[in-house]
Write a protein of this length. Structure first.
Length: 216
């Protein structure tokens, strides 16, 4: 399928945000959903995510807040719907558009790099730990992704899934993926094999020192 032009995609964005707004505000949909227990749980979770997103989009410390405020004022569309519309637009572009790999890697690198620099310059330690954990997980995933070319051939949605995964790694709060993966997988494995890893590193250091000593 040929990739959509950027102009047509941008023109489609207001329609997309309008559809999302209608779905959010449709009371009939909400009443039908509330008649089923599972749907009530899903609706409650969805509402909680929406509220957290709304708080984040009004946080003046975030780089996107002023941009969304301007877009909200000029378009008359709630910034939550604008943000969701942009997210859906990026998702569709990652499936059908060009430069999917570049866009995905930019999402996974640009904002984390920005907030990591701010964390280094801040006095608190909590944000340092959070983003250091993110980069540990990001580095391990990058090594695993060596096989990405093979995966993409069989799984066209790979870049979309990876982008969602990267966003999960960086979201704030209890749902932060990097902290979850670190505590449940990386940390237990590291503590179990820490002595062996240190031994291997020391052997490599000794071998390297001997090589340089012979050259001298």
């Amino acid at each position: 399928m040929p990739a959509p032009s950027l102009l047509s995609a941008v023109a489609f964005l207001p329609l997309l945000t309008g559809i999302i707004e209608i779905i959010y505000e449709n009371r009939l949909f909400q009443q039908q959903a509330s008649s089923f227990y599972l749907n009530r749980i899903m609706a409650q979770t969805f509402k909680e995510i929406k509220n957290r997103l709304d708080v984040s989009l009004h946080d003046n410390s975030k780089p996107w807040t002023s941009l969304l405020a301007t877009a909200e004022e000029k378009s008359g569309v709630n910034r939550v719907y604008l943000a969701l519309g942009v997210a859906v637009f990026i998702g569709l572009w990652l499936v059908f558009g060009y430069f999917a790999e570049l866009i995905c890697n930019t999402v996974g690198f640009l904002y984390p790099a920005y907030v990591s620099i701010k964390a280094i310059e801040s006095k608190g330690k909590d944000d340092d730990t959070k983003w250091l954990t993110y980069w540990v997980v990001f580095s391990i995933f990058s090594i695993v992704e060596y096989f990405a070319d093979f995966i993409v051939r069989w799984f066209p949605l790979y870049w979309l899934v990876k982008c969602i995964f990267m966003v999960w790694l960086m979201i704030p709060g209890d749902f932060n993926g990097s902290v979850t993966l670190y505590k449940r997988i990386i940390k237990p494995y590291f503590l179990k094999h820490e002595r062996d890893i240190d031994g291997t590193i020391n052997k490599v250091k000794d071998s390297a020192n001997k090589i340089f000593e012979k050259k001298d």
